[in-house]
Design a protein around this ligand. Sequence first.
Ligand SMILES: C[S@@+](CC[C@H](N)C(=O)[O-])C[C@H]1O[C@@H](n2cnc3c(N)ncnc32)[C@H](O)[C@@H]1O
Length: 219
Amino acid sequence: MEWKRKRNRRRNPLLREAFKMMKAFREEMPHCLFITNRTALLQNLPQNSVCAEIGVFNGSFSKEILNISKPSKLHLIDCWEHQDQNIYHCGHNKTNKEFEKVYKQVCQTFSQYKQVQIHKEMSINAAKNFNNEYFDWIYVDGNHSYECVKADLLAYEPKVKAGGTICGHDYANHSLAIDHHYGVIRAVNEFCEERGWNIVSLTDQPFPSYTLKKYKDIP
Ligand SMILES: C[S@@+](CC[C@H](N)C(=O)[O-])C[C@H]1O[C@@H](n2cnc3c(N)ncnc32)[C@H](O)[C@@H]1O
């Protein structure tokens, strides 16, 4: 099916840009593992873990986490609240009425799973609910601005166990990512540099997910 992929890439400008972006990442990060998609990412993470998804929306990825990772505890963290466009510039920034409906549906979907706990809170505030070194891994997918991603990474870093993993979505710099004011790459790169983490894998997708591991202890 390679010819089909090539034909789609030729026809779709976003796919063309994403292909170039991934090519550049491969050259810039020779030690990074490139994996197919988010399902593969979950398959590479430990099962039976304590984990969190920060930014849940309608819970479609949460369902994958439940099915693939089989966590012992899964915290779903989202404000499900409209934010000023200058603060949250994203297609997922719905009206409060729409968010209320989505939130109710998420509560309904996951009510049968005792291991799932839902936190309707801003991510930074929700971080205070957890003890240090609590999570085996987290997946950061809330507000994608530089400021918010950096703040999420810094707030949740101490909450992740030594040897644990930080993952997140949308490590992208193509024109659609720029249109949506994504600052994920800058925030993640700065965080890694300042806090001693490394990007160990990226998914090979137009909106890649990253996996970070800590490689040195910071005093
Ligand atoms: C891209 S969607 C999440 C998609 C989901 N992770 C998936 O893959 O199916 C982003 C979500 O983050 C939430 N969000 C945005 N800013 C937030 C913040 N500061 N704190 C908590 N949630 C936030 C939004 O309400 C939205 O539902």
